[in-house]
Structures are given as structure tokens and as C-alpha cells.
Design a protein around this ligand. Sequence first.
Ligand code: NAP
Ligand code: G4F
Length: 346
Amino acid sequence: MTKRAMITGITGQDGSYLAEFLLARGYEVHGVVRRASSFNTHRIDHLRRDPHDPANRLHLHYGDLSDGSRLACLVDDIRPDEVYNLAAQSHVRVSFDEPVHTADITATGTARLLEAVRRSCPEARFYQASSSELFGATPPPQDERTPFHPRSPYAAAKLFSYWMTRNHREGYGMFAVNGILFNHESPRRGETFVTRKITRAAAAIAAGRETHVYLGNLDAVRDWGYAAEYVEGMWRMLQADEPDDFVLATGVGVTIREFLDVAFGTVGLDWRDHVRFDPRYLRPTEVDALIGDATKAREVLGWKPSVDGRGLAKLMVEADLEAIEHAGRPWIDTVPLPSWNDPDTP
Ligand code: NAP
Ligand code: G4F
């Protein structure tokens, strides 16, 4: 039997890698896409086929985590075997500007989706994109037993979703799990997160297109892994014998200064000549250090990452250089765009 997966946030970094991963394993994939005034599917366009082709296994549906009735209809129509809730207002700095919107999508949105699943297909397996931001002020190393101390509206919203997921597991017996993922990046990372901002700048400066980049706090430590490896961890959580919560991390802490060293070093530059400070990128409360211990995921799920923050800095700069050379995005340029023309399809 073909397994059916539903992914919210399919147009994001993780959603695109997860859709690729599941399609390659024979899944039928249903992605929820929010309506925007311009196309927002560039990360998954290379996966799309003519929707009229009976062999097509990627189906996109309009939907928004703010709209519980739509989510209920979608879950009822699709009847998924697995639900991956990746959609969120996912930017920590922005959550200080938009705390109420962040709560509506990143917290209440999860409750809407969990309730839709509980009502229509409680046997479906549910993955919640929880975050190492939950640990916040609690010093590393952090694992599944580490106390939470959220330091932003985003983290507070994710904490609500974490407990709603556990509550649906404990209260209703649902197979609902939290993946507590430490930062994971890739050439598809949004351009306003610090790693991609740095690697794009390094490539653009090396190409003579820009001269400098503005950043905030350079002292923070993050445990950066490769997103393409983390989506396999998500899937493995839903294939486990028992529902449980897991940390995914590399165990390697890297400061932003060290990431800058490798990124600019890859193109033969010294970042000190090109980085300027702008206080607008500081946060009212900062998370100083996140370094995860993923022993449980390794022992129970057999999941083990192979790329750490330094490896990522090099990989991402090389991808951004290639993107500049080809005047497009490498993961799109390598495959043809859909040949059919149906602009009403998300
Ligand atoms: P991302 O690139 O920012 O993607 C977020 C996705 O959510 C996008 O598809 C976005 O749609 C969608 N979305 C936003 N608001 C929505 C709404 N109101 N209704 C429906 N969809 C909405 O994030 P990511 O890096 O892939 O992360 C995936 C998930 O993991 C997020 O929940 C994030 O908070 C969590 N997480 C990420 C990391 C990390 O380091 N990447 C670590 C821990 C946890 P548009 O494309 O239209 O914007
Ligand atoms: O890249 P960031 O914005 O990621 P942050 O805040 O760690 O959040 C990411 O990882 C979380 C997992 O731990 C996810 F849950 C969340 O959705 C997101 O994917 O910032 C990383 C660090 C921070 O300490 C920030 O203060 O970089 C510092 N930073 C310094 N200058 C900057 C900048 N961050 C951004 N975005 N932009 C700057 O110019």
C-alpha cells in the first residue's frame, strides 16, 4: 500500500527536503501551501509534475494554520497515514515584533491541526517540529531531559505546541511525537537566518557585487547541522515502535565568529574587513549557547548526522557562489521547471 503523508510548511527549507525524501520512498505527498500574491513554491518546483498526470504523487492544497476549518477539511479529505507539522512563523527575531501572530500560527496552529487529526483520523502518526529554542537560557549540553527556559515569543509558542503534542499522546493515545531539532541549515535556508545571510554575503563580496554585511551578536554558539539529514530523523521518529520525543543535533558547538572564519575563508577573505554591526539584529533576550546531545536518537532510531557547522559553512558558500555564477538557484537550475501551465494550482 502506498503511504500517504501530509506536510504543512512544504514550501519551507525542511518541507522541501522532506517532500523529496518521502517521494523517493514511494509516498503520496500532500503539501499545504498558504496563498500568497506571488509564487512561493520555488523550493519544491523541481518536484512538481503535471497534476493531471495520474502518476503524479505530489499534491498541493491551499491552507493556512490560522484556518482550523480548512485544516479539518484537508485532514478529512486526505486521510493521511503520517502528518508532519512543519509550518510556523519560524524567525526568532521577528517573533519579538509579531508575538501575537507568532502565537496564532506557531502555537494555536498546532492545536488546530492536532484537533483536526484527532477528530478525523486519530490513527495517523503526527510529527511536531519542536525546537532547541525551548532550552533557551538552560546551558548546554541539552537533551530530552533538560529543563526548558524559552527566551522569545517564538520559543514560548513552540513550548505550547510541544505540550499539546505530548498531551494528545498521553490523553488520547495518539502517535504524536516532538522532534526537538537543533539549528539545521542548507543552501535552501531562508536568507534572513544568520548562516545563509553570511554565506550569501561571502559569495557576493567575493564576486565583487557587495562590499559588506550588517550583523548583530557574534558571540552566540549554535549546533548547526545539515537539513537534508535532519528530515530523515523526522521520518524515523514516525517509523519507531513507540511514540516518543527526540533531540536531533550534531553535538558540535560553533560560534558565529567561527562560522564567519570558515565562510569567508572559503573565498580567501577576512570577514573582519566586511562585517559591520547593526543593533537592529540584537534580540531583547538572547539564547547564548545551544549544543545538543542526540544519543537517544542514535541509539533508538539509528540516526547519525555527518555534517557540522564548519562543514556547512563551506558547503553553503560553494552553493551560493554557484548560484551567482548561474544567475539562479542551483537546486532549481539543475532540473527543468514544470512544463504545464496551470497558475490556479498552488
Ligand atoms: P521555514 O523555511 O521558515 O518554513 C516555514 C514554512 O511554514 C513555510 O513553508 C511557510 O510558508 C510556512 N508557513 C508560515 N506561516 C504559515 C501559515 N500561517 N500557514 C501555513 N503555512 C505557513 O522553516 P524551516 O527551517 O523549514 O523549519 C521547519 C519547521 O521546523 C518550523 O516549524 C521551524 O520553526 C522548526 N524548526 C526549524 C529549525 C531550523 O533550524 N531550521 C530548528 C528547529 C525547529 P511560506 O513559504 O509561504 O513562507
Ligand atoms: O540564524 P538565527 O536567526 O537562528 P535562531 O535564532 O537560532 O533560530 C533558528 O534555529 C532555531 C533552533 O534552535 C529554530 F527553532 C528557529 O526556527 C530558527 O530556525 O540566529 C542565530 C544566532 C542568534 O544568536 C542571533 O542573535 O545568530 C545571531 N545573529 C547575529 N547577527 C543573527 C544576526 N541572526 C540573524 N537572523 N541575523 C543577523 O544579522
